[in-house]
Design a binder for this molecule. Structure first.
Ligand code: NAD
Ligand code: DAU
Length: 354
């Protein structure tokens, strides 16, 4: 197969590209604009593989997309390119509307035109896999409920509203034009190569630097954490095995309060990085409660029963094993960390945590 992956230089996209190149015989074309969140160093292990190609392309650029479809002739598209950080969507939503909504529209149209020119056998096996988030379902505050594939959409942030819009576009392109789509909605990912604007890598790196560990509000918010390589395996299963038109929720059954995640990281660091910055007694002493995120969703939790029943997928990592691996990875990959902590990243930290 030829698989066109958008956003393959990002956190999850790079795990998907590494998974496909290292575990299958398929060819991958990685289409990525390389925003602040895109990093080709996350693909160093596959960059020289002859089955891997990269194109620096904005998914809003229809002409370039058409050319890539004609040249690469994909059997499947895995669409991960997006603006992905909720806090950035609150301080500036424009890029989220452009990439997540307009970009998805342009990609759907490029895919539809290309797919329309295929013979009927190739049309039937083609897949457009849209990778989305559980945040489209909104908030499970004060309940024991889990998100199902049938849960009504109720997005809270500009980010989740833009992802919800893109999900609607993808379903409409299936129903109206017959484009063979599949959609997945996943919970919070964590693991290697995670950009340190997100909670887990931010806490690990701030703690190692002896900086405050910012906890929004009271820290009681709950997220359902999934190790990124488990997500990559699930996505590959869906794109190669799922029936057209299906939606799958993907999650780790690892519900954790934010404050407990932060404390767990501190505990692991006490064991794995006992030489602390000067004057610091315990990593936990750095925990600092800060202003809450506006519109903050209190709880997300996924029912991943359908993907388990239909496709036999379950996560390999528990939160305990995955978090340990993650902390180890950040301790061992200081060069990757230094390179992503650019000037632009420092500006974001100063604005967000002033
Ligand atoms: P990320 O921010 O780490 O990476 C996004 C990638 O998209 C980057 O490489 C960036 O350069 C690229 N990109 C952005 N705008 C682009 C454009 N206009 N054209 C081409 N490329 C562009 O994101 P991530 O955390 O890896 O998330 C990937 C996808 O998975 C997103 O669609 C996100 O909504 C979804 N998702 C993420 C999570 C999570 O926990 N991180 C959970 C569920 C779903
Ligand atoms: O649920 C899936 C979503 O998970 C994805 O769609 C998003 O792309 C991804 O970024 C993630 O969104 P969250 O907002 O849940 O992730 P983030 O790491 O930003 O925050 C996790 C929780 O931690 C959230 O409740 C906010 C809180 N938080 C975050 C940061 C950055 C803090 O308390 N302090 C912080 O400094």
């Amino acid at each position: 197969m030829n698989i066109l992956v958008t956003g393959g230089a990002g956190f999850i996209g790079s795990a998907v590209v590494r998974h496909i190149i290292q575990n299958t015989t398929h060819n991958v074309l990685n289409v990525d604009k390389l925003t602040y969140a895109g990093n080709l160093e996350s693909l160093a292990s596959v960059a020289d593989n002859e089955r891997y190609q990269f194109s620096q392309t904005d998914i809003c650029n229809r002409e370039q997309l058409d050319q890539l479809f004609q040249e690469f002739k994909p059997h499947a598209v895995m669409h991960l390119a997006a603006e992905s950080h909720v806090d950035r969507s609150i301080t500036g939503s424009k890029d989220f509307i452009e990439t997540n909504i307009i970009g998805t529209y342009q990609l759907l149209e490029a895919a539809r035109q290309y797919w329309g020119g295929l013979d009927s056998t190739a049309q039937n096996t083609f897949r457009f896999h849209h990778i989305s988030t559980d945040e489209v379902y909104g908030d499970l505050e004060g309940t024991d409920d889990l998100f199902l594939e049938t849960t009504p959409y109720a997005p809270s942030s500009p980010y989740s509203a833009s992802k919800a819009s893109s999900d609607h576009l993808v379903r409409a392109w299936h129903r109206t034009y017959g484009l063979p789509v599949v959609i997945t909605n996943c919970s919070n990912n964590y693991g290697p190569y995670h950009f340190p604007e997100k909670l887990i890598p931010l806490i690990i790196l701030n703690a190692l630097a002896g900086k405050p560990l910012p906890v929004y509000g009271n820290g009681e918010q709950i997220r359902d954490w999934l190790y990124v390589e488990d997500h990559a395996r699930a996505l590959y299963k869906v794109v190669t095995e799922a029936e057209v038109g299906e939606t799958y929720n993907i999650g780790g059954h690892n519900e954790q309060k934010n404050i407990d995640v932060v404390k767990e990281i501190c505990k692991l660091l006490e064991e794995l990085a006992p030489n602390k910055p000067e004057g610091l007694n315990q990593y936990q002493d750095l925990i600092t409660y800060v202003k809450d995120r506006p519109g903050h969703d209190l709880r997300y939790a996924i029912d991943a029963g359908k993907i388990e029943r239909d496709l036999g997928w379950t996560p390999n990592e528990s939160f305990e094993t995955g978090l340990r691996k993650t902390v180890q990875w950040y301790l061992e990959n200081t060069q990757w960390v230094e390179h992503v902590q650019s000037g632009a990243y420092q500006n974001w930290l100063q604005t967000q945590y002033k």
